[in-house]
Design a protein around this ligand. Structure first.
Ligand code: NAD
Ligand code: ZN
Length: 341
């Protein structure tokens, strides 16, 4: 079958032919229809330090997808051939304390689809049936293919009650922009998002931001004044991984503020801990999505009118994958979708 793989320990990805994966007793075979490019795939493409020590070579990658069930192991229940599915890319062990207590997202033995094992950038993907999520008919293939990052946004944004709150989102990457739309949909008061990329700030405005602030040119405090927010933000969603953005968030939070951290900062990032202590801030780290609470919430949010479709800015056929990666690398994109069928 056709697959998009890391074939050499250098920058790039290559279309290649690999064996169709074998289906175990508890597995589903999924015929892939659409995939989306994640920031993680860009790290893998660029072959940065993290990718070099994490990704086996050769291996095909990718973990954002939608497809249809094309086969299943003898023990699988609850799925039929032809079911439309996406899936949770974190394969959990099932036996650690958190898994056994139903907190799968906190499994200490997580294996990542398309990171630690073969991925979804292929004609077929095999995952444990437990990880598959059956999609209702009113969720389009395009939207279903970005449920993984949408789930990051939902998990982070719904960590704290946003109703009537002033929310700061640092980083208007695809996940930050989706978080803007979610915060707006669930009833936040002001939703302020920061970035240094005008293309993305524009997208964030389209998705409902009260203000999308270019922190390279504008003073966030001035914007807060214009919105009559004299005390500070109630909730912060850190979605840039940029230390400067996190520091700015800490400085502009109100006392008692709550922060969810999704963005992955460089090792040994220093912050002013006094901001945390004397303001009595609550900080929560976010990894992945809650299994499968976040998935149900994603469907419910869309069915109740949340529109995240503007985040999908580019579509390419898989044979033109290079153009898709170039669009992502340019920074002038939201989500980029690659069609397989
Ligand atoms: P992205 O890299 O596309 O977006 C990050 C954005 O932050 C960019 O638009 C960038 O211009 C912006 N930025 C840079 N400097 C800034 C500053 N000083 N102030 C404000 N914004 C600034 O990433 P994404 O795909 O949207 O993901 C968001 C973050 O979440 C990344 O750090 C990613 O690694 C991380 N992530 C974490 C998890 C998890 O499970 N914890 C899952 C997915 C992604
Ligand atoms: Zn576990």
């Amino acid at each position: 079958m056709k697959a998009l793989a890391k074939l050499k320990s250098e920058r790039g990805l290559w279309l290649t032919d690999v064996a169709k994966p074998e289906v175990g007793h508890n597995d589903l075979l999924i015929q892939i229809r659409k995939t989306a490019i994640c920031g993680t795939d860009i790290h893998i493409y660029n072959w940065d330090e993290w990718a070099q020590k994490t990704i086996p070579v050769p291996m095909h990658v990718g973990h954002e997808y939608v497809g249809v069930v094309a086969g299943m192991g003898s023990e699988v229940k609850g799925f039929e051939i032809g079911d439309r599915v996406s899936g949770e890319g974190h394969i959990t062990c099932g036996y650690c304390r958190n898994c056994r207590a139903g907190r799968r997202h906190l499994c200490r033995n997580t294996v990542g689809v398309g990171v630690n094992r073969e991925g979804a950038f292929a004609e077929y993907l095999v995952i444990p049936a437990f990880n598959a999520f059956k999609l209702p008919p009113d969720i389009s293939d395009d939207l279903a293919s970005i449920f993984d990052p949408f789930g990051n946004a939902v998990h982070t944004a719904l960590s704290f009650n946003l109703v009537g709150e002033d929310v700061l989102i640092t980083g208007a990457g695809p996940i930050g922009i989706m978080a803007v739309a979610i915060a707006r949909h669930v009833g936040a008061r002001h939703v302020v998002v920061t970035d240094v990329n005008e293309y993305r700030l524009d997208l964030a405005r389209k998705m409902g931001a009260s203000r999308a602030v270019n922190v390279a040119k504008e003073d966030l405090r001035e914007v807060m004044g214009q919105l009559h927010m004299c005390e500070g933000f109630d909730v912060g969603l850190e979605m840039s991984g940029n230390p400067q953005a996190f520091r700015q968030m800490l400085e502009t939070m109100n006392h008692g503020g709550k922060i969810a951290l999704l963005g992955i900062p460089p090792a040994n990032t220093a912050i002013d801990w006094n901001q945390v202590i004397f303001k009595g801030l609550e900080i929560k780290g976010i990894y992945g999505r809650e299994m499968f609470e976040t998935w149900y919430k994603m469907v419910a949010l869309i069915q109740s009118g949340l529109d995240i479709t503007p985040i999908i800015t580019h579509h390419y056929k898989i044979d033109d994958f290079q153009q898709g990666f170039d669009a992502m690398l340019s920074g002038q994109s939201g989500k980029v979708i690659l069609d397989w069928a």
